[in-house]
Design a binder for this molecule. Structure first.
Ligand SMILES: Nc1ncnc2c1ncn2[C@@H]1O[C@H](COP(=O)(O)OP(=O)(O)OP(=O)(O)O)[C@@H](O)[C@H]1O
Ligand SMILES: [Mg+2]
Length: 519
């Protein structure tokens, strides 16, 4: 054994000696030229071709290098033992992973396998430079089979750039924009005011029927991933959702959940602050893609019952600095937003500037909306946010009391009571949440008992009120709705309205999903 080690050491010594001689005899340039030649010969017979993406291009940074780094860190499979570096960009809410030196990752695109290697080499000393260059030269080398070249380039790089942009957007704080300045522009000429958007509502916390929720999430996902579909079918890449239902059933929470799910910015459009159709168009043009444009309480914002006529709800009289109201301005200034202006906003040619945008309208009174607004293609999906059902209640119990399905045997009787009373009580998720918040300090059993009492009271009250005099009233009428109606003091007539429902909206959606499947 000792002889083996002695001979190995002498071989290594000889190699080192020869290397020393080579280094001494041949200049560095010659050695590099020989290495380059060898590399070229090897590559000429290789079934692969290689592409280098260097970190810097001349003096400027290479955008593709950054994109590749971001993309590889999130989507490709690192080789066994690869080291990923961790970082969190300033102002970002999530971490990003980067590939360490000389590590390899594998990826595939359209059925072709690719390999990326991260190569880090020391930079040779340079002459004078205005800008200090990094001491190392970094690059990604892409290795693909020669036969896959046409299939992969440039489509694979486009895919990487788009994916990297998406990751970048998701890792930054998203924004909520409002147009609350009444058409005034900021210093940069933008009509929207942004604030960081940090709404905690997610589809996980949203209490609604799980199947219904899953259908909405699938629809959103199809939309966000549907670039090729929309291009192929010649449709503008946008989608409209109409959320309707009584107050406190989670319409605004649903919008926040949608934004959090897709990572989109939200534009909260206050229609009463918009003076004209032209202004509306300008606002639309200043929205970015990957955003949700929201008009809440659309029935209250403007009178959208007559497509042809100008709508004239009392314009908001803004107080002057001294507090007085400018009567001329409030009485005389006719507002000129029309239903057709709004339809153009969602459906016309202007709505297609930019892409990947979702329009969401909410209303408590779908029957007050003009059928033109409900037509499929404008509002593709009508989502009814209903009173709290038992499956929705279980989600609230889980969120507020930490109650799991498996825990339910501890309070089987109360759960059974809640299940039997919940529909009759017609209670909103907002009211259930309030009761649970109020009682949760006393423990989950007490909180559930408290809720059961409230449900019974409500159901009893409803039963008493729906005596013979109330017969014939629609099932959806209830105390809260009436209170809300009074509060909003709407004057628009009800005749001639078509009752839009989830089915109508869903049909449109089903057709599209079907079309997608066929394509
Ligand atoms: N479906 C729900 N799931 C979870 N929480 C809900 C739900 N509905 C309402 N809530 C709770 O009630 C509060 C009010 O709900 P939200 O503002 O979303 O109702 P809304 O339907 O938009 O009401 P409005 O018609 O008055 O605008 C929310 O902050 C949330 O805490
Ligand atoms: Mg709301």
């Amino acid at each position: 054994m000792r002889e083996y080690w002695t001979s190995l050491a002498s071989v290594m010594g000889a190699v080192a000696f020869l290397q020393g001689v080579l280094h001494a005899v041949f200049p560095a340039e010659l050695r590099a030229a020989v290495a380059r030649l060898m590399g070229r010969v090897t590559r000429a017979f290789s079934p692969y071709c290689y592409f280098d993406v260097t970190e810097t291009e001349g003096m400027s940074t290479n955008e593709i290098y950054d994109a590749v780094q971001l993309y590889l860190s999130s989507s490709a499979a690192p080789a066994a033992g690869a080291r990923l570096s961790l970082s969190r960009p300033h102002n970002a809410s999530s971490f990003t992973f980067g590939l360490a030196a000389s590590d390899r990752v594998f990826d595939d695109f359209r059925g072709a396998a690719v390999t990326w290697e991260h190569v880090v080499a020391p930079r040779q000393s340079q002459g004078f430079s205005w800008r200090p260059l990094p001491e190392e030269k970094r690059r990604f080398t892409l290795r693909i089979r020669r036969g896959d070249r046409d299939k992969l380039l440039p489509a694979y790089l486009d895919h990487i750039l788009a994916a990297a942009a998406d990751i970048r957007r998701r890792s930054q704080d998203r924004l909520l924009y409002t147009n609350a300045r009444g058409g005034a522009m900021d210093a940069r000429g933008l009509p929207w005011d942004p604030v960081p958007f940090k709404h905690p509502s997610t589809f996980d916390t949203l209490a609604m029927d799980p199947d219904h929720k899953a259908a909405i999430m699938a629809d959103l996902r199809d939309f966000a991933d549907g670039s090729a579909f929309y291009e192929r079918t010649g449709r503008a890449w946008k989608r409209g959702y109409l959320l309707y239902g009584p107050p406190g059933t989670g319409k605004s929470s649903m919008i926040a959940a949608m934004a959090n799910y897709l990572g989109y910015d939200v534009y909260d459009l206050e229609l009463t602050e918009v003076g004209s159709n032209a202004e509306l168009r300008k606002l639309l043009m200043k929205t970015t893609s990957k955003s949700i444009i929201v008009i809440e309480d659309i029935d209250c914002s403007v009178d959208l019952t007559n497509r042809a006529a100008s709508t004239l709800p009392a314009p908001k009289s803004r107080p002057n600095i001294d507090g007085s109201i400018d009567q001329d301005a409030s009485a005389g200034a006719a507002r000129s937003i029309t239903l057709s202006g709004l339809l153009n906003f969602t459906d016309g040619l202007w709505s297609c500037c930019g892409s990947e945008r979702i329009f969401v309208f909410t209303t408590n009174h779908i029957e007050k909306l003009d059928p033109a607004l409900l037509r499929s293609g404008r509002m593709d999906m009508h989502i009814f946010m209903s009173y709290c059902s038992f499956p929705a209640l279980k989600i609230l119990l889980r969120n507020y009391l930490g109650l799991q399905d498996s825990d339910s045997d501890t309070s089987v009787a109360i759960m059974a009571g809640l299940e039997s009373w919940i529909d009759a009580a017609q209670i909103t998720p907002a009211d259930v949440s309030e009761v649970l918040i109020k009682n949760r300090r006393n423990g989950s059993k007490e909180a559930m008992e408290g809720l059961l009492e409230v449900l019974k009271e409500r159901a009893e009250k409803r039963r008493r009120e729906s005596g013979p005099s109330a017969a014939g009233k629609e099932a959806g009428d209830n105390e809260e709705e009436e209170e809300e109606e009074e509060k909003r003091a709407l004057e628009s007539p009800k005749e001639g309205k078509e009752q839009g429902g989830m089915d109508g909206g869903k049909d449109g959606q089903d057709e599209e999903t079907e079309a997608k499947k066929q394509l």
